[in-house]
Design a protein around this ligand. Structure first.
Ligand SMILES: C[S@@+](CC[C@H](N)C(=O)[O-])C[C@H]1O[C@@H](n2cnc3c(N)ncnc32)[C@H](O)[C@@H]1O
Length: 290
């Protein structure tokens, strides 16, 4: 016997059912992606995930999320495309300049108390944040005894980060950000222009290691004095945020510093009592208990 929606069912009931079915399809797709490719999006904030996956469904001319799943399982290039869809890569040099002013004012003096700085920029996207941090460490006399580990889930953005070539059209904004963040030199000294792009000085990445790392599924790989993770965890559900806080906690030396930026907070985390706030607005914390 065919199973059909009852005639008497109201439009709102049918709409609710469609939403339920879509949720089941979405969960199945995320399971399939995890089993087939190891990328774990199961604890990402669902609203943004659904929007992005439905956009891919439309662009591929497919009828449903299940149809997308079917193709994803057999077509690794489509998975690469979906990875780009799901990893929101928006970034900028000296993004939120007040964060860099805080780094210079409150964090650099603490870093200077150690003989060496190991920093981790987690979710570094195309690298603008990494070059910005390198410039700050260079100007503060810390770069020569520093190593920056710059990681992202997405190999394609890391490839662009390694190149260090950014659009010339962005340089006016970036120069303004650099100055607002406490920079006092000529920003153009750090790059050379060619056509519509600028290539940043290679010396800024001499002490940088770019590597793929998935915050949702991989563990700690070193001990750091400074961890920056801004505009990444906003896309995660609470449970995943907690696990990532655990990962950062495991990866920080005692008195190490965690910079989250204005969008994320440690305040509601179970780990919060181990940290003191160095700057409540910029959400910069210091691990005071091991
Ligand atoms: C909006 S960008 C933020 C870039 C930079 N931190 C900033 O504030 O400008 C978010 C980055 O997080 C990365 N990302 C998302 N999920 C991740 C995960 N599970 N592990 C590592 N990186 C992830 C994305 O690929 C993307 O490049």
């Amino acid at each position: 016997m065919a199973v059909r929606p009852k005639r008497s069912e109201s439009l709102s009931t049918r709409r609710r059912e469609a939403v339920d079915v879509e949720k089941i399809e979405l969960d199945c797709l995320l399971e399939a992606v995890h089993s087939r490719y190891g990328f774990d999006f199961r604890e990402y904030a669902p609203a943004s995930l659904r929007r992005r996956i439905n956009r891919r469904v439309q662009l591929e001319g497919l009828p449903t999320i299940s149809a997308l799943q079917e193709r994803l399982l057999r077509e690794p290039p489509l998975m690469e495309q979906l990875l780009l869809d799901l990893s929101i890569n928006v970034t900028a040099m000296f993004r939120d300049p007040s964060f860099y002013a805080t780094l210079r004012r409150h964090v650099v003096p603490l870093l200077k108390t150690w003989p060496f700085t190991r920093a981790w920029v987690a979710g570094c996207s195309t690298g603008e944040e990494v070059y910005s941090l390198a410039i700050v460490l260079h100007e503060e006399g810390l770069y020569e005894r520093a190593r920056i580990y710059a990681t992202d889930i997405n190999e394609e953005v890391l490839e662009r980060a390694r190149l260090g070539v950014f659009p010339l059209a962005k340089m006016q904004d970036y120069t303004r950000n650099y100055i607002a963040g406490g920079g006092t030199r000529a920003f153009s000294d750090y790059y050379t222009s060619a056509y519509d792009g600028v290539a940043f000085d290679r010396s800024l990445v001499r002490n940088v290691v770019f590597a793929q790392h998935n915050l949702a599924s991989e563990g700690s790989f070193n001990e750091f004095h400074l961890i920056l993770c801004r505009n990444v965890m906003i896309y995660f559900e609470r449970s995943l945020q907690e696990r990532v806080f655990d990962l950062f906690d495991d990866s920080l030396v005692r008195l190490g510093i965690l910079g989250l930026g204005t969008k994320e907070s440690l305040r509601t985390s179970e780990r919060a009592p181990k940290y003191e706030e160095l700057d409540p607005r910029e959400r910069v914390y210091r691990k005071v208990k091991a």
